[in-house]
Design a protein around this ligand. Structure first.
Ligand code: MG
Length: 455
């Protein structure tokens, strides 16, 4: 963590007791409490071993600044976000490091609408923290701590209202749930059982050391899920990340699909039911998303990369559907944040309504080949490099919201953007065939290297 910075893309993250210590968590709690100013806040955590320790420290800080803390215990991030809105809290704090390994933890701040605080609000909290502008409450105005139980069940009941429960129940779907030994296991199996599905779980026991697999649902870490689905003849497999806001699926053959494929399935159905609707997605999303929105006549709205940006754009333009290709789908009628269990219910709803298997729904989609590359670039040279590159690509079909994305007439595309955390520029190319994607990465890497020589 740099000198005046606490927050990254999704909250404060760090190695427990090294970068993120209890002392720091108390002070962060004081700063968040000062930022809100004697309000009612909800607090909960995921399954990490450091959750209770950090939660107590943050609660100490929050109550010292006069905030009342409603403690919800262990819950998925989207369940806590839903409860903030549902219980009309002024905000919330979630102790989670999402998909990071078990030695990490983090602190996310939630606004009263259930969405993570904006970058500007995070800077306010950082200023309070670093400039020691903490306002402690008088001894007789300290915040209180109360328990708030039952939020996970309220969340499950809320999701059910958005799908055709009868139709799903009639299908008797068999679903394998891989809960990553974390909080997804607290809601998804209950939700699916109540929707009339037959459930088989793996990695379902809560264990903050994540013995089953790492909490990032990558295809290579989901082989157990894939083989279980195949072995028992299930209809679908679902794997959650550590805080269960993202979900990655397998079809009935155990084939694992990256999140763009499932997002495209949800987009198609949503646009059939809501003609002309706005769909929000970051510029890093694949051409499949663009194709699907165009094919079903939706209104595609690009954003910078980052889940908070997607949520805020949805709110700003009143869009009801957003998504990222990492398996984060934002279903506005429920809440405009990533939600793994909601996504699972939506997919089952589509399978029930269309009578199609997941493999059949994916088979309809256009296929793209993806190639990635990166070139080294110091932090100082990132901006001038991007500027020069933009001069060279002028006139093409481009988007410059975040780095530069270029679409070509053969429907291939490349995204070139400086990494926020590493000294590199990343290139992601997509095309109808592997050779074209490879050539794009090669050509644009050469272009970047050539510019770099002049800087
Ligand atoms: Mg997550």
């Amino acid at each position: 963590m740099s000198e005046r910075k606490l927050f990254g893309t999704n909250g404060i993250r760090g190695l427990v007791n090294i970068e993120l210590t209890p002392e720091m968590a108390i002070k962060v709690g004081c700063a968040i409490g000062t930022f809100f100013g004697r309000k009612n806040l909800l607090l909960g955590y995921d399954a990490r071993t450091s959750g209770p320790m950090l939660a107590k420290a943050v609660i100490s800080g929050l109550t010292s600044a006069g905030c009342n803390v409603f403690f919800a215990g262990m819950a998925p991030t989207p369940s806590l976000q839903f409860a903030v809105k549902n219980h009309k809290m002024d905000g919330g704090v979630i102790i989670t490091a999402s998909h990071n390994p078990p030695e990490y933890n983090g602190i996310k701040v939630i606004w009263s609408d259930g969405i993570e605080t904006s970058h500007e609000q995070e800077v306010e909290i950082e200023n309070i923290y670093f400039d020691n502008k903490i306002v402690f409450a008088e001894w007789n105005q300290l915040g209180m701590q109360r328990e708030l139980s039952g939020i996970n069940d309220e969340y499950v009941q809320a999701i059910k209202k958005h799908v055709n429960q009868k139709k799903i129940a009639e299908k008797h779907f068999h679903v394998v749930v891989d809960a990553a030994n974390s909080v997804g296991g607290l809601t998804a199996p209950t939700l699916l059982r109540e929707l009339g599905c037959k459930i088989t779980t793996i990695n379902a026991n809560i264990d903050g050391t994540f013995p089953g697999r790492m909490p990032e649902p990558r295809p290579e870490s989901l082989m157990d899920l894939s083989s279980t689905v195949k072995a028992i003849g299930a209809d679908m497999g679902v794997a959650f990340d550590g805080d269960a806001d993202r979900s990655i699926f397998t079809d009935e053959n155990g084939t694992i699909y990256w999140g763009d494929k499932t997002f495209a399935i949800v987009i198609k159905q949503f646009l059939l039911e809501n003609p002309g609707a706005k769909i929000v997605t970051p510029v890093s999303s694949s051409t499949l998303i663009k194709d699907t929105v165009q094919a079903y006549k939706g209104d595609l709205i690009w954003t910078k990369v980052g889940s908070v940006t997607v949520s805020q754009k949805m709110k700003e333009v009143n869009a009801k559907l957003g998504g990222e290709e990492n398996g984060g789908i934002f279903y506005g009628p429920h809440q405009a944040v990533r939600d793994g269990s909601m996504t699972t219910a939506l997919l089952l709803n589509i399978m029930a309504e269309t009578g199609q298997k997941l493999s059949e729904l994916v088979a309809e989609q256009p296929q793209y080949f993806i190639e990635k590359g990166k070139i080294e670039c110091s932090d100082e040279k990132k901006e001038p490099l991007l500027k020069k590159l933009l001069e060279q690509v002028k006139g093409e079909n481009i988007n410059t919201l975040d780095g530069v994305k270029i679409w070509f007439s053969d429907n291939s595309a490349i995204l070139i953007r400086p990494s926020g955390t590493e000294k590199v520029f990343r290139l992601y190319a997509e095309a109808k065939n592997q050779e074209t994607a490879l050539k794009l990465v090669k050509d644009y890497s050469a272009k970047l290297e050539k510019i770099l020589e002049t800087l």
